[in-house]
Design a protein around this ligand. Sequence first.
Ligand code: 26Q
Length: 824
Amino acid sequence: AWARNHHKAFQTKEDFEKEVVRHVETTLARSMFNCDESAAYSATGLAFRDRLVTRWNQTQQRQTFIDSKRVYYLSLEFLMGRALDNAMLNANLKDVAKAGLDDLGFRIEDIIEQENDAALGNGGLGRLAACFLDSLATLNYPAWGYGLRYRYGIFKQEIIDGYQVEVPDYWLDFNPWEFPRHDVTVDIQFFGHVHKMTDKNGKPFCHWEAGETVQAVAYDMPIPGYDTPSTNNLRLWSSKAASGEFDFQKFNSGDYESSVGDQQRAETISAVLYPNDNLERGKELRLKQQYFWVAASLYDIVRRFKKSKRTWKEFPDLVAIQLNDTHPTLAIVELQRILVDLERLSWDEAWDIVTSTFGYTNHTVLPEALEKWPVTLMQNLLPRHLQIIYDINLFFLQAVEKRFPQDRDLLSRVSIIEESQPKMVRMAFLAVVGSHKVNGVAELHSDLIKTTIFKDFVEIYGPDKFTNVTNAITPRRWLHQANPRLSDLIASKLGGYDFLKDLTQLSQLELSLNDKAFRKEWAEIKYANKVRLAKYIKATTDVSVNPTALFDVQVKRIHEYKRQQLNIFGVIHRYLTLKAMSPEERKKQQPRVSIFGGKAAPGYWMAKHIIHLVNNVGSVVNKDEDIGDLLKVIFLEDYNVSKAEMIIPASDLSEHISTAGTEASGTSNMKFVLNGGLIIGTCDGANIEITREIGENNIFLFGNLAEDVEDLRHAHTYGSHTLDPELLAVFSEIQKGTFGAPHDFEALISAVRDHGDYYLVSDDFHSYIETQALVDESYRNQEDWVTKTITSVARMGFFSSDRCINEYAEEIWNIEPLQVGSEF
Ligand code: 26Q
């Protein structure tokens, strides 16, 4: 009854207002007379959080009572963005809140804007985890996310004089969405020694006497599903000093400073998200983060399992653990350690349980992104784990040798230990050996891993261990929330919002292709979204852009393989072409706004040079009176999830132009198409499957294919390498100083000209320019363009993360949905 009353309290705007007022006056201890937008946000968040909590508890109780199999998604990154808008929409109460806030004198958009993004991730991998949590809850799967509660999320980016400057993202000062669980703690050990012991039955076992203990404290975030009471849990661990005797001794003996030092050292573990995307850096603190999080999560999972009173053999019947990249690979070793050292199972029994429990998702084939840790570092930090890794490797290599006798080369190729100087632990190999399924994230990528990095493992295990689950996105955030008018228009055609839970229903939109009123409204929505972005551009960069121009957008992490340099070289080429034209000729050209956004890893110099060049090109082009509206170049500062929600719906064309074979999937490509934008892209990652779904007439593909990349690179290095003449013209313009001191951009040029053009910028340049000309031509025919965008949206059903999660559930996790009672 209590739950019911509580729920009812949120059906009307009057009751909602009462709750807001109550929270302002009691929870926040403020008066409604000086309730500013920040307080209104806090109170609104708390009101929605209250109604989430009931469903959250019910969901958890039901899962525990039924003893259903749960999936645990281990990810060092959850790029959640804002929670309030999502909570309102998933509960179908945004209209109620809007009316209520209006009564109280606030605009709902302003209130939503108050929230800090939860930016606990770098890019694609972290946002994928967030989309998966949304689908898991919406589809009623019993699922938990486990991650780290970073005090600082991904840095905020400022652009000063054209350069990126990093500012810390302290996001936690008021966060109504998290619940500290000071009673849910785990002591995590590091360093120390391993002792061989014998138990009372005379059996030998290992005892790890650790040298440092840090405490993990759980913080929980409710994850609401869309149009369902199911509310899952995201558990993030925060580190603090363990309250051991050691500290007290120091404290009492007057060593106050060093006791505070211990405190700070402990808190450092969860202090900051590493800002590298697709680059591995072997820092000890990163390894400490990984083990801290993995050990706390596994302790928690095992503790929950033990309450079920099942035998260990049944562990994989109740628990599936998915590893988001190799970052949590130590979980494999930790579970083996728990089972063998602490629970005293035999090695083989334990290993059976371990491998049946884990699945591993690979997100990259880039060699520089494959995680490796020095054996010496591992030995020092986690001595017992290193022993177990050596044993896992020994048994694995013995099995390989049995099947492939006398192939010493194979053994050294697949060994988990790389016999280099210094020796390294290859985390991806450990993840493959310790999991029952390995998946890539798009078809091309899943094929590539089978023929490159994991080729030998396909020989050893057979092909069935390797599978594909093509990435996808949640249509709730990336259509309904980001583009409400488009969602409403689609709903009006499809007879309601069911398509948000079954995205294949979008196909019915093709029936409306010739509906004039519908097409008009479709085009108007795009235009309105562009007007909004134009206003934002004016407010943040002081550049006026014409919303009727073609908006060409590339927003993603800055990386050489993603080839923002190709884009900006293309922009310079366009500029030079326009400059060379007569005024009459210019009048016939298609106006364009080239919009860039994205963060560079702080230590990634090449990426920072790209940002600098984009900004410098912008400051020259944007004030060139010959050019006017024909070309504007914009760099949007601090690209993040909430900005993506504004930018993506405003794009006519977006760029997904990675060197073929380098972008595992990409997921923003799907977001752009779902919002009625077209793509210019290479035959890479999910672009290929997007093309398969929407049809090749609706996408602008260009460039060399993945299968040709190796030969081209070889030719650059060993054959004759002639650069594209139009690209050379771009280079000479840069070198003339047109865009600032040429020295600043020499590295970008010489990467192409002198260092083998690893990313094939020159090889693809002509094809890129030609295809951009085709885009201009297509855009001129607005009717055809609108037809292409409607057709594309209609065919995007495949890219809902609900489809993706169902595939994981069936093929990897073997779990079933669990409907929470509809009594509330
Ligand atoms: C590793 C070791 C040490 C420090 C940092 C890292 C690290 C951190 C983040 C390595 C990689 C990442 C992120 C990778 C990533 O975002 N990959 C992207 O994953 C998406 C979801 O599958 C794909 O769509 C993209 O193609 C892929 O680049």
